[in-house]
Design a protein around this ligand. Structure first.
Ligand code: NAI
Length: 350
């Protein structure tokens, strides 16, 4: 399929391909916008059914990064890399080095970071071949490392803001929160919620993760197909995209949706469905920006953890502004956020 005809194509500035016969690396970098600075966004290692599926994912995720970085007030554009998992399923060191060399050929137009399937250790291997890389081990008191805890901090700030706005309360004590996916972000978020006195309901395909949440955080574990319809105050999707759709929305019982997963709405119509059902939806690319804020500070060099924390906490205020505009204009929160983001990157002409 032609890239220009792809449903996810939104005047992306550049799409680069790497097909390295020596290591077997097949990777794609999509740069959506560099209006605010060099494009930054994670690298996803994933088993795609086809090359088209990988291209679509890279295009969609790169656009999301433009929105996220702009809304977080960062001087960064939006981009994303995907690495297509080989038949072996292994991402070995030579492939990671080849990926680093590929990123380096872009001369700083794209700065890579961790995403699904990557880790601090893997980023260190990538860094052997390029300096346009983040997510490296942090130095004492300075930004860096695994961005997931900061993403969780931002989601927690977002939950606080949404609860204050919709339920008129500051304390999370006794609040019922369902977390879908207790991986890197979900686990940190559960710890923060537990410490704040919230009651946790969790589900994950990984039995060990939920067992840990039950033992250490007193979480109630529910079946994968029933977590979305849990009788809770807040639903926090921290696993997959597209889980808010025509089938799931009528079954939701939470009044607030505030989670880390990217692209939670299957379609724009689903954001409208939530709005009409009176559910307060925290736009994903606003609430899950904690990790990229950390990445941006790491890349800028020598930014203290305290500065990162302050920027991450500001996610709550940003959401409140979106909720207020949504109420005043009687329009869904995701539309308000999309429009704000497009304006910030000079794409408010459609
Ligand atoms: P992760 O891979 O560490 O955790 C995801 C968890 O979801 C895993 O424990 C997995 O077993 C579970 N899971 C998968 N399918 C599931 C299903 N059907 N039902 C319930 N659980 C399921 O990923 P991570 O880093 O925690 O990210 C979570 C989400 O947040 C992803 O969508 C990611 O794109 C997004 N995100 C992550 C950021 C970060 O800093 N790690 C930053 C911004 C967004």
């Amino acid at each position: 399929m032609s890239i220009f005809d792809n449903v996810a194509f939104d005047r992306h500035e550049r799409v680069a391909f790497c097909n390295d016969p020596v290591t077997g690396l097949k990777a794609i970098v999509a740069i959506h916008s560099s209006a605010r600075g060099p494009a930054a966004g994670g690298c996803r290692f994933w088993r795609y059914d086809s090359e088209d599926a990988a291209i679509t994912d890279a295009l969609r995720l790169a656009q999301g990064m433009s929105y996220k970085n702009a809304m977080a007030g960062l001087d960064l554009g939006g981009g994303k890399a995907v690495i297509m998992a080989p038949d072996s399923g292994e991402l070995d060191e030579p492939m990671l080095e080849a990926f680093g060399a590929f990123v380096n050929t872009l001369g700083g137009a794209y700065i890579t970071a961790e995403d699904v399937g990557m880790s601090v250790g893997k980023m260190e291997v990538v860094a052997r071949r390029t300096s346009y890389v983040t997510g490296l081990p942090p130095k004492q008191g300075v930004a860096g490392g695994d961005p997931s805890p900061k993403t969780a901090d931002g989601v927690f700030a977002g939950i606080r803001a949404a609860v204050r706005y919709k339920l008129g309360r500051d304390s999370l004590d006794g609040l019922r929160v369902a977390v879908q996916g207790v991986g890197s972000v979900g686990w940190h978020l559960c710890q923060l919620l537990f410490d704040a006195g919230a009651k946790l309901i969790v589900a994950d395909i990984n039995a060990e993760r939920v067992a840990l949440a039950r033992e250490q955080l007193g979480a109630e574990v529910v079946a994968l197909d029933s977590i979305l319809e849990s009788d809770v105050d807040v639903l926090s999707p921290c696993a997959l995209g597209a889980i808010l759709n025509a089938q799931s929305i009528p079954r939701l019982r939470a009044g607030i949706i505030a989670g880390a997963a990217n692209n939670q709405l299957a379609t724009d119509a689903d954001g409208k469905r939530l709005f009409e059902a009176g559910v307060l939806y925290c736009p994903d690319f606003v609430i899950n920006a904690g990790g990229i804020i950390n990445v941006a500070c790491e890349y800028a060099g020598d930014v203290s953890d305290a500065v990162v924390n302050e920027k991450v906490r500001a996610i709550g205020d940003r959401l409140i502004q979106i909720f207020e505009l949504s109420d005043a204009q009687k329009r869904p929160t995701h539309i308000i956020a999309n429009e704000q983001a497009r304006r910030l990157i000079g794409r408010d002409d459609g």
